[in-house]
Structures are given as C-alpha cells and as structure tokens.
Design a protein around this ligand. Structure first.
Ligand code: GLN
Length: 484
C-alpha cells in the first residue's frame, strides 16, 4: 500500500479498497520504523488519525474533497496552526504558529491528512540537509554508505522516496525542491513565481521563494499543484491567473513541440554520467516526436553569482526579525538589550545562517550596494531577457537538474562555495521566476538517482507536466522497493 501513487491512493480510497485510517496507520508505522532517516522534525499521529477518521466519514457520505484522506507531509517552514513550525532552527525550536499557511489550508480544505513536519536545512539554506538544528537527513537510496538526500527540502524528499507518505510540500528558492527530488529519485516542481501563495511560509528570499509539490509521479505532482496553486489576497505577489487542470496534460502527445538544449549548461563539473543521462532524455523526447533545438543563454553563466548576492541580501533582511524579542528563542543572562540581541542570534542561528547574514548585509552595505546588489539586479534583467528570447523559439528547455548524483556524508564539499555549486543548474529558474521541474531519469553506476530538469515560460506548468510525463513513461526509472 505504501508504494502507491497519489492517483492510486485516491482511487483506492474512493472505491473503498482501503480506508484513510488504514493507510495513515501504515505510514505512521513506517515513519517509526525508518526513524533513522531523520526525515521528520515533528510527527503528529493523533491529529493524523483523527483527520483520517473524518475523511473516511466524508468518503462514506459522498462528500469527499479532492485530496480526501490522503496522507501528506509538510516541509517544516509552512505555518501550521497548533503544530510547531521550526524551519530547522534552534531559533524556532518551540514555535507554534497562531495561524495556518495558505498552501496548507488549501490542502486541509481538500481533505488531506497531515502526518507531520519534515526536516530541512536551517531556514532553507543548504543543498544537502546537513545544516538542520535537528540533525542530518539520510537518503533512503543509501546502500553501502549513507547519502545526503539533497536540500533544503531533504526531509520531504526522503519521506516521499522512502514511502513514508504519499506526497509532500517543499519550497524552492534556488533549487530546494528540484535538487533533493533529483538526489532522491522523485518528481518535484517549482511553479512560476506567484503561482502559489507564500502566506505563512517562513521566508528565505522573498522574491525567489515558491511552494511546490514533491511526489512519486508526474501525474501526482500535477494533481497536487492544482490544489495549492492560485491567487491569495494575503500575498500580493501571488498572481491572479486561472489555475488550469494540470492533470489533463498527462498523456498528451508532445509531437512537434520544440525543446531547447542550452549549450552553456554543458558546463565544467558536469559528471560524464550526467551528460549521458541528459542525452537519454533528449533521445526520449526526439522519439516522441519533439524537435530538439540548440539554444544559447549567454548570461546564464552569471546566475550563480546573481543568486548568491540577491538571495543572502533578502535572507539577511528576512531573518532580522529573529532577535529574541518577538519570536522563538531568547538567550539568557544578557546585561543589556544589545547584548540580548547579540547573544540570541549567536546562540540561536547555525553557521550557514550566520554566513548568509554576513554576505547579505555586506552586499547591501552603503559602500558595496552599487558594486554588488544593484549590479546583480541588472544582470538578473539580462538573464530574464535571455530566457524570454529563448522561449520565442522553444516550448521548454531540458537540462540536467544537478551536476552529479547525491554524495555520501563525509564526502560533501568542505568549502561553502563548492557546496553552492550544487544549485548551478537550478537557480536560473528562480532568478527568472519561471517554472522548473525535476523528473527522475536513471541511476548512475553507483545506484544513485539522477534527474532531468524542464524549464518553461511563465505559467506553462501544464507543458512541463506533459513533457515530464513522456520522460517518466520512457525512462523506466526503478522505484525504490525497500530501504536498506
Ligand atoms: N541550496 C540553495 C541555497 O542554499 C537553495 C535553497 C532553497 O532553494 N531553499 O540557497
């Protein structure tokens, strides 16, 4: 039962093959059994079983919502009323939000069951889920050595890949849905900026952050996105555009569609096997009747530099609210107000958060603002123009999601800049505000998953599902049967 897709669970529940209580129990047992993955910060068995019971009644009375009774998990930066929300930080270790985020409210309204809140890099800063105050997350695909699941939505990725839930929410500022999806052999989509409401999500970089689904199949991701997308008056950056029936794109032919292959993404540092997996994707799309078009995105080589200026700048402003006064942790023993701020931030934040605050405040400081921050905004415009002209020629762009497969603990890059290079292929979508999806393509020689990324024009998530499903159907990616 635990390996079923969201689509299959939905039909199993509606045809009363099994009940929501049964499948919820099954996942709760697996969560307990695979505790060593450390995928969860908070598990809520009582609440989950209670809402599963209510769902079973709704199904029986014919009033089921679109996600009725389906057990999901939430990255621990979505505010959930009454359940603690930590963002993976000591700063919010005991924080219980007084309100519900829009995305999770929509899922609740549709009848979903929440099993718990998943582990993540502290304040979503990271690419390996090794910066969480609540410890590292282990990739369920680990064999001879424990592997990282990717980050920052590493707990959600591990929970989906390890079949500890049906699907999960993630969030993506620079790749945090797509990169862990690729490392963990699952599907993840970062929608267009503005497609989902950010209300009630703890912010990393507000102009890049987007909510999105992490799921077992492309169809599941499409079904999930339909529920959480849409305009919200509580988030002025959410866009008032109709939400299409994304599922209707599944199974449609891609004959005649034009797929761009950006030459700049054949970059140094891509492993040989990643290059081969990219070719496998190209061949699949060609065989399905798509036209492959060579394109150029000349400014994309500056994406990393732009991202690691704008993102820390915004992050440093966003985490400024954690000062020991209004939320969460406050250090004891300070002799003055200034000392209280300093001690709280010194003790409450981990190293990566401090590093981003230092970079962010530096690039925003009076002497350097023009050289860094305002320059980065100009280059961002050029990157956006690059993509806009590419999308005059092609319907979507295909690239690898990551430069290599998941690395083992202890083999992770020790210097932060090499770690940041994990996002070299994903940040462009955030900088340009475009939708991006990762779909599993194959395992490498070590048996570690690799993913391919599809990028599309604004609000063309439907085409990404359409093309992604063709890749999925032809890739024969093996689903993880059991965890070692
Ligand atoms: N790994 C990237 C970073 O550390 C992306 C994070 C994210 O998308 N939340 O900033």
């Amino acid at each position: 039962m635990h390996t079923l897709s969201l689509y299959e669970v939905k039909s199993g529940l509606l045809s009363k093959k099994f009940s929501s209580v049964e499948i919820t129990k099954c996942f709760l047992e697996r969560i307990e059994k695979y505790k060593n993955l450390n995928a969860f910060i908070t598990v809520c068995p009582e609440q989950a079983l209670e809402s599963a019971k209510q769902s079973d009644q709704k199904i029986a009375s014919g009033t089921a919502g679109e996600m009725e009774g389906i057990p999901l998990v939430l990255k621990d930066l979505y505010m959930t009323k009454g359940i603690r929300t930590t963002a993976g930080s000591k700063m919010l270790e005991n924080f219980i939000a007084p309100y519900e985020s829009t995305v999770t409210q929509k899922l609740l309204d549709a009848g979903s069951v929440f099993l718990g809140k998943t582990n993540m890099d502290e304040f979503a800063m990271g690419s390996a889920n090794i910066t969480s105050y609540f410890g590292k997350v282990v990739n369920p695909w680990s064999k001879e050595k424990p592997l990282v699941p990717g980050g920052s939505s590493g707990g959600s990725a591990a929970a989906v890949a390890g079949h500890l839930c049906v699907a999960a929410t993630g969030s993506d500022t620079g790749g945090s849905i797509r990169q862990p999806a690729a490392f963990s052999g699952i599907v993840g989509i970062k929608p267009t900026y503005g497609r989902c409401s950010r209300y009630g999500m703890i912010a990393l970089a507000s102009s890049f952050d987007q909510a999105g689904p992490m799921a077992k199949t492309v169809r599941d991701a499409a079904m999930f996105l339909k529920i959480i997308a849409g305009y919200d008056e509580k988030d002025s950056t959410s866009v008032n555009e109709a939400v299409p029936d994304y599922e209707s794109f599944i199974g449609k032919s891609i004959n005649g569609m034009r797929i761009g292959i950006p030459k700049e993404f054949h970059m140094e540092g891509l492993s040989e096997e990643v290059e081969q997996s990219w070719q496998k994707g190209i061949d699949i799309l060609k065989d399905a009747g798509a036209e492959i078009v060579d394109i150029s995105l000349p400014y994309s080589k500056y994406s990393m530099a732009v991202y690691y200026i704008i993102q820390p700048a915004e992050a440093s402003a966003n985490v400024a609210r954690f000062d020991g006064v209004r939320y969460g942790f406050r250090a004891e023993g300070a002799k003055s107000l200034d000392e209280m701020y300093e001690m709280t931030r010194e003790q409450g934040f981990g190293d990566e958060v401090k590093r981003r605050i230092l970079i962010g405040t530096y690039v925003l400081s009076a002497g350097y603002y023009d050289a860094y921050y305002s320059q980065a905004l100009k280059v961002q415009k050029l990157i956006r123009q690059d993509l806009a002209s590419a999308f005059e020629k092609v319907d979507a762009i295909l690239t690898p999601t990551t430069p290599h497969s998941a690395f083992a603990f202890g083999e992770e890059p020790t210097d932060p800049v090499t770690m940041y290079l994990n996002d070299v292929l994903t940040v462009t979508a955030n900088i340009a505000g475009l939708p991006g999806m990762s779909v599993p393509i194959c395992l490498d020689k070590l048996g570690r998953p690799l993913g391919l990324q599809l990028l599309g024009p604004r609000f063309q998530e439907g085409h990404l599902f359409q093309i992604g499903e063709v890749i999925e159907r032809n890739a024969n990616f093996p689903s993880l049967k059991e965890i070692n």
